[in-house]
Design a protein around this ligand. Sequence first.
Ligand code: PEP
Length: 262
Amino acid sequence: MTYDDSLEDIVTRRIIMAGNWKMYKTVGESLALVRALKESLAGVSDREIVVCPPFTALHAVAEALRGGNIQVGAQNLYPAEEGAYTGEVSPRMLLDVGCQFVILGHSERRQYFQEGDAFINEKLKAALEYGLKPILCVGETLEQREQGRQRSVVSAQVGRDLEGVSAEAVKQVAIAYEPIWAIGTGHTATPQQANEMHRAIREVLNGLYGGEIAQGTSILYGGSVKPGNVDELMAEPDVDGTLVGGASLEAESFIRIVSFQT
Ligand code: PEP
């Protein structure tokens, strides 16, 4: 089913520029970075800015950013309020330290921690139940792309990860299309490849929830986004933001990325 392009004129989407710091930065290093971001990005109001530090730095970073225009996200959660889950962190704990967002389904978690769509779906529902905004990551491997299966793989992920999520709740979800072959490799998807996959994701959303939600959902691109390629990626009509790994670890490059111009 193809979604209704005419809705483009009436539905506006949030632009979200998010940084995934992965397992980098101590508390001190995190604070130095966010102080620099805060100072340079204070005037930005036409796009949402999100930083996702490791768990250990979330509280300090959220305190440092309190009242400003930069929001804080976690990189994972465990889908229970509390309990005997050694080493895990609950949505309630994330809210308590000042998080508004949470990255879920990142390919590194799918690959190294064997997270499947059913578990990601549980996490997504838990995040929504607690009022955290999920950034749901999906994306194909190089092998799947070489076999021409990128659309079917990503569409299936989106369908399974959103199973049982209501139309009202899904409005809080942003989706990040992150081809695995582009993450941390320096091989960015071309703007056209990104846009094509974002449209495919919008078509899945259209089938599940209808045109208004398909048009209203922010779909971010992630995979070797850099200061030198962000403008052309953001110029694509279906690219509504970026999820940035490596280039979000330094103030200068992330500031440039957030300040993209089309
Ligand atoms: C990521 O970690 O989500 C990511 C896209 O990493 P990088 O920008 O380093 O490719």
